[in-house]
Design a protein around this ligand. Structure first.
Ligand SMILES: NC(=O)c1ccc[n+]([C@@H]2O[C@H](COP(=O)([O-])OP(=O)(O)OC[C@H]3O[C@@H](n4cnc5c(N)ncnc54)[C@H](O)[C@@H]3O)[C@@H](O)[C@H]2O)c1
Length: 368
């Protein structure tokens, strides 16, 4: 099991491929974005993700191409699929890219020996079982293996995971994945092995729990502020209980970014499809919005109408350059639209994006 394929070398796939290469695997990546692949091939791609540029420059056994045939090889029996699964308007995930990739694989015909496909993308529960039916005819075994990583820390999160979630298509598939991870990680994670459907639900449930914790902390914080109590002391006391823990229990901005809001909603959508009323997913989302309204009122009161309101950053979390679903940015927009002058300090990339979306709405300070 020396050679490994990775289809979709984007934000997640590239980091995973480079971490695999660093641990001694020969990695064959495939991506359809030609210019991007050229940059990777010439090792001239410049990533904002910490650690990626160094790993890319040092890599000797990381091969990347736009051609799927580079991984159709009898020695290559393990392929990770890491293409995007964008959200549909109803909150469910769109699996079109996975379908395209698997159609390409099946176009090469039935494989002589079993080839393992590990789906690293976030999928709607039940999808991997359907995909497995399609792929088994061509001698592919499908397993689900999502990642719990945060952008800005992907390389380290992959090297030091708390848990490795495996929705195994067979015992052999689970064993192979465990072996690959044991070679790649630098800690001793818990291997959570189960069937594909359970793993798909576990992935969404983990993020739903985290969004719930954030919404809980923000609700209690809002209540403390309204009633004149000390939100920091309250949350520190609640989090000191080891049954609860203090991680993700700070008062601050609501949750945002490319994963938490989507996974939380998708779990609710899946629950509905099963005639199950999973109120927690909707409630967590609703609290995120109520909290934003609370913050807007709070800032409008805190600053005099003629004062400039300074915002330290508007990406979805400090240090990131992503503004997708950023509650900080939503706050800035609401304040500016209420007639206030808002000055945003952030990195150049973020300022450019914000200025494109809201021309002339803000003043900026370039943090770089
Ligand atoms: N990025 C994260 O922080 C994160 C965290 C957890 C889970 N995920 C999940 O991981 C998956 C990938 O996310 P991402 O952020 O890396 O997406 P991305 O858009 O950054 O990368 C996807 C890559 O796949 C390539 N691609 C698309 N179609 C292809 C095809 N037919 N053949 C080969 N390559 C193809 C694209 O060119 C792109 O480079 C998604 O399901 C996402 O929900 C992402």
């Amino acid at each position: 099991m020396k050679k490994i394929g990775v289809i979709g070398a984007g934000k997640l796939g590239l980091c995973f491929a480079l971490n695999l290469e660093k641990s001694g695997f020969e990695v064959y990546a495939v991506d359809i974005a030609e210019d991007y692949v050229n940059l990777l091939q010439t090792r001239s791609f410049n990533s904002s993700e910490p650690g990626v540029n160094d790993l890319l420059h040092e890599s000797k056994s990381f091969f990347v191409s736009t051609k799927t045939e580079t991984i159709i090889n009898d020695d290559l029996k393990d392929i990770f699929i890491m293409v995007a699964t964008p959200s549909l308007p109803d909150g469910s995930y769109n699996h079109t890219h996975i379908e395209k990739v698997t159609d390409e694989l099946t176009a090469f015909g039935k494989r002589k020996n079993v080839v393992h496909l590990y789906i690293g993308c976030t999928t709607m529960p039940g999808y991997c079982n359907k995909l497995a039916e399609k792929m088994q005819v061509y001698n592919y075994m499908v397993s689900y293996n999502p990642e719990f990583i945060a952008q800005g820390n992907i390389i380290l999160d992959q090297q030091y995971p708390d848990q490795v979630l495996i929705g195994e298509g067979s015992i052999e598939a689970g064993d192979r994945l465990e072996k690959i991870y044991k070679k790649m990680v630098r800690n001793n994670p818990i291997f959570c092995r189960m069937d594909r459907l359970s793993a798909e639900i576990a992935k969404l449930a983990t993020n739903c729990f985290l969004t719930t914790k954030i919404s809980f902390a923000n609700s209690i914080g809002d209540l403390a502020i309204k009633s004149g109590a000390d939100h920091e002391k309250i949350l520190a006391a609640v989090g000191a209980d080891s049954r609860i823990g203090k991680k993700y229990l700070n008062y601050g901005f609501g949750f945002g970014g490319p994963c938490f809001p989507r996974d939380n909603k998708a779990l609710g959508v899946f629950a509905k499809s099963q005639n199950c009323d999973l109120k927690i997913s909707e409630a967590t989302d609703a609290i995120n919005k109520t909290h934003l309204e609370f913050q807007v009122k709070h800032y409008l009161k805190k600053y005099l109408p003629e004062e400039v309101i300074p915002l330290d950053y508007v990406s979805y979390k400090k240090g990131s350059v992503i503004i997708e679903e950023s509650q900080q940015l939503a706050l800035a927009v609401a304040l500016a639209k209420a007639g206030r002058k808002v000055k945003i300090s952030d990195r150049k990339e973020v300022i450019n994006e914000v200025e494109k979306l809201y021309p002339g709405l803000f003043d900026f300070v370039n943090q770089q």
